[in-house]
Design a protein around this ligand. Sequence first.
Ligand code: GLU
Length: 393
Amino acid sequence: MGDGARASAPAWRRVVVKVGSSSLTDEDGRIHPPRLWAIARGLLALEEATGRTPVLVSSGAGAAGRERLGLRLPLTLPQKQAAAAVGQGLLMLEWARALAPRPVAQLLLSAGDVHERERYVNAKNALRASLEAGAVPVVNENDSVATAELRLGDNDTLSAWVATLAEAEALILLTDVDGLYDADPRRSPDAKRLAEVADPGVLGAEVAGGRGSARGTGGMATKLHAARIAHDAGIETWIVGGGGAALEAIARGERIGTRIAAGRTRPAREAWLAQQHGVGRVRIDDGAVRALRSGRSLLPSGVTGCDGTFRFGDAVDLVAPDGTVVARGLVNYDRDGVVAIAGRHTREIASVLGTKDYDEVVHRDDLALIDAPARTGVEAADPVAPEPAREDR
Ligand code: GLU
């Protein structure tokens, strides 16, 4: 099954396993207990091999609730909310049975829990407390109340965030294909599986294949997106097929599926910042780019302008003259303030604004440099954008 056995099980401090709807439900969307129980055995095998409880991100609520309520596609938004509300209970009931006697801890997150710093820290504490209490965390998106812009939209992306929250070393995406291919295997018979990817930033649309199954949301594009988030946070990602048996194989030390290496590890706050979407942009000059890259703060003199609106404390992108986002940071002034002091010396701040709260526009402690994408032979034509969530559930 694998590319060759490794001597021992992976020595991960923490692993997050994401299970897609297609791995948990049958053709009708009903939860399929034998599949789910096999995955539970795989999780326990990973726990035994690593000595640490894995964190589970489980999809399947929407599909199970839809089936239980007898709802037909396409669903209205309130129907989707009801399906998630009903299905989440069914899903947890089955996980609680399958993982017994271990308690299971249900954590339902939405976009704000990963993008707002205070809520992020709160979610992180809840996860840690559940693990310390001896429970197996089972995470899903809070689909019954998180709609439209409040959503992350797919559990691949959610699981990458959970891996960051859990300070995991590995993220396993369990799906119905056995890895990433160099072309879409459904269209190209010669498509080859990529066993090892050093940098997901250089992979393009050709490996993304397309949509997942009718019951799932993601497909390969969202998996690649998740792998990029994980890579940037110093976490390796495995994309594997084969249900619970695949987890057991990994626990035995086998190399299966596609392994996407971790990027450099960063302190937790910096890792969080690097993964935010800047709510606005601050344009900076070349001197400021050099200053940031050598570890210094952004001062008003290096600012040339702003795009979008932002408030004090928001995450903003710092953009070089050539348009590259070189860093992201928490800004010390609102947009009007930054526009007013752009290009000025620090000592002029008080006279321009009437008050000076900070010397820096972004302090170096609140800043994460964004790595320039590596250039390699596998350069792809189009970068893969995560596809929007399906609207059919
Ligand atoms: N959170 C959704 C569910 O539990 C699944 C989203 C996904 O499949 O990516 O049904």
